[in-house]
Ligand binder design. Structure first.
Ligand code: G3P
Length: 199
């Protein structure tokens, strides 16, 4: 039991590191939460116009999920990897350091998926890229990729992993409620657009 608890806490703590906020602050851009959508993720860091900082945010937010899941897998086992991954995802979305107001989880979701079922992680990334390049909505790309991924896992017979990612997708969708509203009303900002939505 204590082992499971330790995995949960360490996963959460890793996931709760707000890299987007740290990276943009270190670059002297101020508080990313006062820019664009107010989110601390890659898409919003991109709205500062600094592509390298957005890439660094994507890499770090994804890697914290990968590292949490792989550490738990090698030290405890496959079930612990699912627990650690889920905890890291929750840590990113609800970090205690930011009054539980964190990101939307797309990069961290991808990082965990790559750690636990890498072919599905590649599929997630390809769906995201294909949609982002054609329609140019980051949120819609992430919503679609996260909707499909649990079903792919289920089709592969990986029921436990499918269940955990299904739960994560549901939470990811709920965290995107403002984006969904903007998409439906045609007000969502496109990738590379100069204007950005009000926080
Ligand atoms: O990864 C988050 C993305 O799906 C939406 O971000 O800043 O447009 O709300 P944002």
């Amino acid at each position: 039991v204590w082992q499971g608890f330790a995995v949960l806490i360490l996963g959460y703590l890793l996931g709760s590191i707000p890299f987007g906020l740290i990276i943009t602050r270190m670059a002297g851009l101020g508080d990313i939460r006062k820019i664009g959508s107010g989110n601390i993720g890659t898409t919003n860091v991109l709205r500062t116009g600094k592509k390298s900082l957005a890439a660094a945010t994507l890499l770090c937010d994804a890697l914290k999920g990968t590292v949490a899941a792989l550490l738990a897998k090698s030290f405890v086992g496959p079930d612990a990897a699912l627990v650690a991954g889920f905890a890291a995802f929750i840590g990113h979305l609800f970090p205690v350091w930011l009054g539980f107001k964190g990101g939307k989880g797309v990069a961290t979701y991808l990082g965990i998926l790559l750690a636990l079922a890498w072919p599905v992680g590649i599929a997630f990334a390809l769906i995201w890229l294909a949609m982002a390049f054609t329609l140019r909505y980051s949120s819609l790309s992430a919503l679609t990729a996260s909707l499909i991924s649990p079903f792919v896992l289920l089709a592969m017979g990986d029921n436990r992993t499918a269940l955990v990612f299904g739960a994560m997708s549901l939470i990811l969708w709920l965290k995107h409620h403002e984006n969904i509203g903007r998409l439906l009303s045609g007000k969502e900002s496109k990738i590379g657009a100069k204007s950005s939505p009000a926080p």
